[in-house]
Design a protein around this ligand. Structure first.
Ligand code: FAD
Length: 403
């Protein structure tokens, strides 16, 4: 039940649950402040692309599914599309040669054209319960888990697998896929892929259960039953959320020098104080990530078909970022896009970049502002979920005491 607190090593990392727990509050508080700074709170995203996979769209009519956008004039000038496009847009001939309307294929992710879309203040549009559910939402999750089907690679990786215990949980389709993912017959990469997706799903569920709207009382309050049925009764889901957090910490740790050299200044009035504040919070996040984010990415993509497996991994993840265009609730789509691009950015750092590529001097344009904003906001989401899990543990303890 809810009292279940995972202990011991986090599978596939060099880190344990207790260590992550010991830094959760500090990491969360710093990320919370960091994501409130102007650089990290404004995000431009194109939310109204066509769903590339099926024509039917589910529409969420609830008020909470909506988002508020802000006018470009409220955005510091250097982050507006006109300035961004000077740096980010590839030449027209290259753009035309790309399929779909995405302008840049960034390995693990389709990135929106920075000239399209609207500006959103993320603080004003927090991830919470929206009421989006039913066949449309299930279709999205189903499609995402179906991307978990790897082809040729599985057969060739039998020998590399490292079995993990399968928990006796329910036998829904995804959990069956999960059992497969944990079984000794699946390659390491496929299991990592499943953990990432399921951990993301868990984080979204934790948010909507904690920031829950009780339609009967008309009040916002954490819903313990929601958390127990979706998360706590499936201990492996909770573990994957920790896994995701470690993965992101590892990416941020490796990106440390690059992120520290990035320009966060809105520079309207040479506001160095704002810059120093952002950098101060960021260095705390980097420091904690360095100490705790122990994940050895070089143990992946090593087998005899390593390149094929990697290509498959990338294609699958890219498709997940595109499936987000099919999410029938604006706010869910917004956070779905941010978090899939945040994870995609982390994967790109871990699996595509060597130390030279990460060097801020020789590769200053490694990441776009959108990627940096998505990465840090995604880390904030996952850490907030761990923080909410602790809040649910306290609620559970109070309920148990009352009985
Ligand atoms: P779902 O969460 O829809 O899950 C479907 C099935 O997947 C379950 O029956 C179970 O078998 C399996 N499953 C569930 N969790 C996991 C897991 N962690 N790992 C593996 N398998 C699992 N709703 C909001 O209120 N606010 C939001 O911000 C929001 N954002 C969303 C973003 C995206 C990208 C998507 C696709 C949906 C979002 N939703 C959001 C909807 C929400 O995720 C649920 O789909 C909805 O609440 C219905 O929940 P459910 O209980 O039917 O199960």
């Amino acid at each position: 039940g809810c009292r279940h607190v995972p202990t011991g090593p986090i599978e596939m990392t060099q880190c344990d649950f207790e260590t992550v727990e010991s830094v959760t509050d500090e990491l969360y508080n710093n990320l919370h402040d960091l994501t409130s700074t102007p650089f990290f709170r404004y995000f431009r995203v194109d939310l109204y692309r066509e769903c590339p996979f099926w024509s039917e769209h589910g529409f969420c009519m609830n008020r909470e599914c909506g988002i508020s956008t802000i006018d470009e004039s409220e955005i510091p000038e250097r982050w507006r599309s006109a300035s961004l496009s000077k740096i980010e847009m590839p030449p027209a001939e290259l753009r035309d040669s790309l399929s779909g309307c995405y302008y840049r294929d960034s390995d693990y992710c389709f990135i929106d054209d920075p000239k399209e879309g609207e500006y959103i203040d993320l603080i004003e549009n927090p991830e919470k319960f929206t009421g989006y559910a039913g066949p449309s939402a299930h279709r999205i999750w189903d499609s995402i888990y179906t991307e978990n089907c790897f082809g040729i690679s599985e057969l060739n990786h039998l020998s590399e697998s490292n079995p993990e215990p399968i928990s006796a949980v329910d036998l829904s389709t995804n959990d069956l896929l999960q059992s497969n993912a944990d079984s000794s017959e699946q390659c390491l990469e496929k299991r990592v892929y499943y953990k990432i997706i399921s951990g993301l799903h868990t984080s979204i569920s934790t948010h909507l259960c904690h920031e829950w709207f009780n339609q009967t009382s008309g009040e916002w309050a954490p819903n313990l039953q929601c958390f127990v049925s979706r998360v706590a009764s499936h201990p492996e889901r909770l573990r994957y959320m920790y896994f995701n957090t470690v993965l992101l910490m590892r990416a941020v740790a490796r990106l440390g020098p690059y992120l520290s050299a990035y320009d966060y200044c809105s520079c309207s009035s040479d506001n160095h104080e704002e810059d120093a504040y952002t950098l101060g919070k960021l260095s705390k996040v980097i420091e904690i990530s360095k100490n705790v984010g122990q994940f050895n990415e070089s143990s992946l993509f090593k087998g005899e078909n390593a390149n094929i497996v990697k290509e498959e991994f990338k294609t699958h993840f890219r498709n997940v970022t595109r499936i987000m265009d099919c999410v029938g609730c604006d706010k869910c789509r917004l956070w779905g896009k941010i978090q899939t691009s945040g994870v995609a950015t982390a994967l790109k750092i871990l699996f595509e970049m060597d130390e030279k590529a990460l060097d801020p001097k020789s590769n200053a344009d490694l990441l776009t502002r959108s990627e940096v904003v998505a990465l840090i906001n995604t880390m904030h989401r996952f850490t907030e979920s761990l923080y909410f899990v602790n809040s649910f543990r306290r609620i559970w303890a109070n309920v148990a005491d009352d009985e």
